[in-house]
Design a protein around this ligand. Structure first.
Ligand code: UGA
Length: 470
């Protein structure tokens, strides 16, 4: 991407000299959570006018004052700049938000119900309110991660509650953003997927993404941008687009559980899982990414989406037991960590254990389904004293984590400990004075839950080093 040439075959818009399209579109994004806010800010950045609607009054007030509801690299700048340019607006009023819009993106949450099924009540609610409010024909796009066939229900809901009689077409446009690199992922996607029922939806969505597929915008992150490959835009039927999203997350989860199961085998067989992953990954059909063994996956998406896919598959009469196993392997990683500790320091009761990292991965303050929490729960159940430190996630962890000591810095979290567990691979931990850490500990056991440190280097410092699968 970002060869600054070439216009989309279907886009009628000219590309201005500064690389911005002259003919911006009017877009409404319902839900200013991680997906919605990033989508809104990035769509504004590439030249459109985006209105983000959220019924959380405090969040909207905060955003209007330039306060981010969560941490995401580059997002704050994009929000402030585009808000100042009047290309990104925030409101509580759905009616106001959709009035001018050509397209409405539904970006509300789809959390898990207790049985693993996706809770689609927010999606239904938004569809119903759109139906009741809309006065002219709009394209309604589901961007929230939803089970296959949700669009059919959205369509039906729009028809059921539409007093005004203006028909809305429905499309699916899943997002593949990762937390911590969401802006980057939006601007430089591997692919854009649109699931449509007809030409109109396809045309409108192609137009929305034309600046990205054409590379006709100046990248807010990289100056200059050197990537000159075009971004594929895949057009499918709606059900396939819905499934592509769930299938992608499930496949990536499967890669992680595969390498984690292999890590246990490597340990028993005297192999090194990082070398095995290297060898596996060189096969282009497999690829090296998402083969980092460790304490497992977490976050808002993988665990929830995996369950939702198993659930919808079963509802439609398919037994997707393979994915249940992916989840089982993932859940068992905490027990693997506890066993490793007990193998080295015997009983955990009364022992002090330091934990570095609480976020489910680096560069985010998100602790939802964080593997660190599963380990901490296990440690507390065994009667250990746990002292924790995370560079960004302390505030988000505090309300969810009781019975632990929250520390000021990595040193404090290690002080007096019989073992230190690295749960999140923050770059910041590489800059820590590890000799000092070792000196502060009662016993220098370092359990590297992410294979983040160099084993030999750690042994040189004097740590008893345990990795995952090596
Ligand atoms: C994931 C997907 O990667 C995105 O493409 C998708 O859009 C998003 O879910 C979503 O559905 O919204 P995200 O949850 O932000 O993104 O996090 P990832 O970077 O994918 O990491 C997920 C978990 O897997 C983390 O806990 C990470 O530590 C773990 N992981 C990842 C491993 O344990 N090993 C690996 O090799 C890679």
């Amino acid at each position: 991407m970002h060869a600054h040439s070439g216009a989309s075959g279907t886009s009628k818009d000219a590309v201005s000299a500064v690389g911005r399209r002259e003919n911006k579109m009017e877009l409404c994004i319902v839900g200013a959570g991680h997906v919605g806010l990033v989508t809104g800010a990035c769509l504004a950045e590439i030249g459109h006018r985006a209105v983000c609607v959220d019924d959380d009054r405090q969040k909207v007030a905060g955003l209007l004052a330039g306060q981010m509801p969560f941490f995401e690299p580059h997002l704050e700048t994009l929000v402030r700049q585009n808000h100042a340019r009047k290309r990104l607006l925030f409101t509580e009023s759905l009616e106001g938000g959709i009035e001018q819009a050509d397209i409405i993106f539904i970006c509300v949450g789809t959390p898990s119900l207790s049985n693993g099924e996706a809770d689609l009540s927010a999606v239904e609610q938004v569809a119903r309110r759109i139906a009741e409010t809309v006065r002219t024909e709009k394209l309604v796009v589901e961007k929230s991660t939803v089970p296959v066939q949700t669009a059919r229900w959205v369509e039906r809901t729009l028809a059921m509650y539409n007093g005004g009689g203006s028909k809305c077409e429905v499309a699916s446009n899943p997002e593949f953003l990762r937390e911590g690199s969401a802006v980057e992922d939006f601007m430089h996607p591997d692919r854009i997927v649109i699931g449509v029922a007809g030409d109109r939806g396809e045309k409108l969505l192609r137009e929305v993404y034309a600046p990205i597929t054409d590379g006709a915008f100046s990248c807010p992150i990289h100056h200059p941008c050197t990537n000159d490959q075009s971004v594929p835009l895949l057009v499918t039927d709606i059900q396939s687009a819905e499934l592509i999203k769930h299938a992608s997350n499930a496949f990536l989860s499967m890669k992680i559980s595969f390498i984690n199961a292999l890590a246990d085998l490597c340990e028993r067989a005297g192999a090194d899982v990082t070398a095995v992953a290297e060898g596996l990954g060189l096969d282009r059909r497999i690829g090296r990414s998402f083969l980092n063994a460790g304490i497992g996956f977490g976050g808002y998406c993988f665990p929830k989406d995996l369950q939702a896919l198993v659930n919808i598959a079963e509802k439609l009469g398919c037994n997707f037991a393979l994915l249940r196993e992916v989840e089982r392997v993932n859940q068992s990683r905490a027990a693997v960590v506890l066993r490793k500790l007990k193998d080295r320091i015997w009983l955990l009761r009364g022992k002090r254990i330091g934990v570095w990292g609480l976020a489910f991965k680096p560069n985010t303050d998100d602790v939802r389904e964080a593997p660190a929490f599963r380990i901490i729960d296990g440690l507390l159940q065994e009667g250990a004293e746990v002292q924790v430190y995370d560079p960004k996630a302390m505030d988000s962890a505090r309300p969810k984590l009781t019975g632990v000591t929250f520390c000021e810095d990595p040193y404090q979290a290690a002080a007096g400990a019989e073992a230190l567990v690295l749960a999140t691979e923050w770059e910041e931990f590489k800059a820590v004075d590890l000799s000092k850490v070792k000196a502060l500990m009662t016993w220098p056991l370092l359990l590297d839950g992410r294979n983040f440190f160099d084993k030999e280097a750690m042994q040189e410092v004097g740590f008893e080093y345990i990795g995952m699968g090596r």
